[in-house]
Design a protein around this ligand. Structure first.
Ligand SMILES: Nc1nc2c(ncn2[C@@H]2O[C@H](COP(=O)(O)OP(=O)(O)OP(=O)(O)O)[C@@H](O)[C@H]2O)c(=O)[nH]1
Ligand SMILES: C[S@@+](CC[C@H](N)C(=O)[O-])C[C@H]1O[C@@H](n2cnc3c(N)ncnc32)[C@H](O)[C@@H]1O
Ligand code: SF4
Ligand code: SF4
Length: 359
């Protein structure tokens, strides 16, 4: 079934300002002093895989095609964000490489400049499947960094976990990225108990052999089926215990706003990262905003509120100007909470799954 996302989550949406609050006023600082410099742009909710922790096997409620932002709309929003101090843009999804206009999106976003004239940084998180055919054009268009997701190196396990038999395509994508020389190249794996937690060392060795940084992610309650089970989640401490039995791990300082804590492996140069959103949240240093494929700003992965840009972009709300876009952005930042509350009994999983929020 196809539904409009406006129908699906409109109850949680904040009103769009009808008037501009005036010229953009300085950096994007929230009520807790966090300066926002990173915008994650979801290009689509569709995907070539069906990872169990992200999407249901069947029956996903896709965003209405008419609500999906065009490349012109994406570039316009990103331009306003860049003028307001966003300097890093990450393309995600769903699977960003499924967008037919992906090279155009990359070329036009990579051309954006910060107010001081420096080029913005453009990165992408992908399952890697279309990389061999697209990477030369993407690099030429200005893509600077790549993170590729790979949860297992075993074919049958991969097919079970992603519900698609496409491990060879992902491996080809990783080889293409290695050959293209984009650095640092990062590999992501969600660690799952009894599924791939016996493969952590193997994955690290695989990453090192490809001159990449392996990162293990605690599973978050963001699957479209709302089936997250805390007991299945492999914790940061468990991951470190497993890795520590095989490697000498030395903490890498200077994490900043990055989700991953990192450790040097056996004295370097390679490192391994852990993204512990559940047991060791990093919200205090959060510098991120999100834009969904259907034109909603979100101030947190776990937020239940969205800030709708479509009325400004398509119906002329607030005069339909860039200032009105800036207002929606600043309203979203003003509404940001100090952090998520996964560990509270009252925690409510967002209505959207990870593929529709943008991971
Ligand atoms: N809780 C939380 N998780 C995040 C955030 N940003 C990214 N993640 C998660 O971190 C994992 C890896 O995300 P990536 O898309 O590779 O991005 P990243 O780790 O921020 O990328 P880098 O800029 O290379 O550090 C995914 O599971 C994301 O959902 C965040 O702000 N909060
Ligand atoms: C949603 S995906 C989108 C980009 C691309 N399709 C990919 O898989 O890399 C972005 C990242 O989110 C991660 N992710 C998805 N669902 C998750 C969950 N429930 N908990 C933690 N990470 C998750 C994926 O492993 C991936 O690294
Ligand atoms: S994690 Fe990425 S590859 Fe897997 S289903 Fe979600 S969007 Fe697709
Ligand atoms: S959970 Fe929300 S506040 Fe915390 S780091 Fe992630 S996006 Fe930022």
């Amino acid at each position: 079934m196809t539904i409009s996302s406006r129908t699906a989550v409109s109850a949680a949406r904040a009103p769009v300002p009808v008037e501009s609050s005036g010229p953009a006023s300085g950096p994007l600082v929230d009520r807790f002093g966090r300066v926002h410099r990173d915008l994650r742009i979801s290009l689509t909710d569709r995907c070539s895989l069906r990872c169990t922790y992200c999407m249901p096997e069947q029956g996903n409620e896709w965003l209405a095609r008419t609500s999906i932002l065009t490349v012109d709309e994406i570039v316009r929003i990103a331009g306003v964000a860049a003028a307001a101090g966003i300097s890093t843009f990450r393309l995600t999804g769903g699977e960003p490489l499924l967008r037919r206009d992906i090279v155009d999106v990359v070329r036009r976003l990579a051309a954006l400049r910060s107010p001081d004239g420096t080029p913005v940084e453009l990165a992408m998180t992908t399952n890697g499947i279309r990389l061999p055919e697209l990477l030369p054009e993407l690099v030429d268009a200005g893509l600077a960094r790549l993170n590729i997701s790979i949860d297992t190196l075993r074919r049958e396990r991969f097919a079970e976990l992603t519900r698609r038999d496409r491990l060879d395509d992902v491996l080809a994508g990783i080889r293409a990225a290695q050959a293209a020389g984009l650095r640092p190249l990062k590999l992501n794996a969600v660690a799952m108990r009894g599924v791939n937690d016996d493969e952590l060392v193997e994955l690290v060795e695989f990453a090192m052999a490809h001159d990449a940084q392996m990162r293990f992610i605690e599973q978050m309650p963001l699957d479209a089926g709302h089936t997250w089970d805390r007991a299945q989640m492999v914790t940061r401490d468990e991951m470190l215990a497993t890795l520590g039995r095989r490697f000498a791990l030395t903490p890498v300082p200077g994490r900043g706003g990055a989700p991953a804590e990192r450790w040097e492996i056996d004295g370097g140069p390679h490192t391994v990262g852990v993204i512990a959103s559940v047991t060791a949240p990093f919200c205090g240093a959060c510098d991120r905003m999100r834009l969904t494929a259907d034109g909603q700003f979100r101030n947190c992965l776990f937020s239940n509120q969205e800030y709708d840009l479509l009325p400004v972009l398509r119906d002329g709300a607030g005069g339909g100007t860039d200032l009105a876009v800036d207002d929606v952005l600043r309203s979203c930042i003003a509404g940001k909470l100090p952090g998520h509350a996964i560990n509270d009994p009252s925690f409510l999983q967002p209505a959207r799954g990870m593929n529709a929020i943008g991971g």
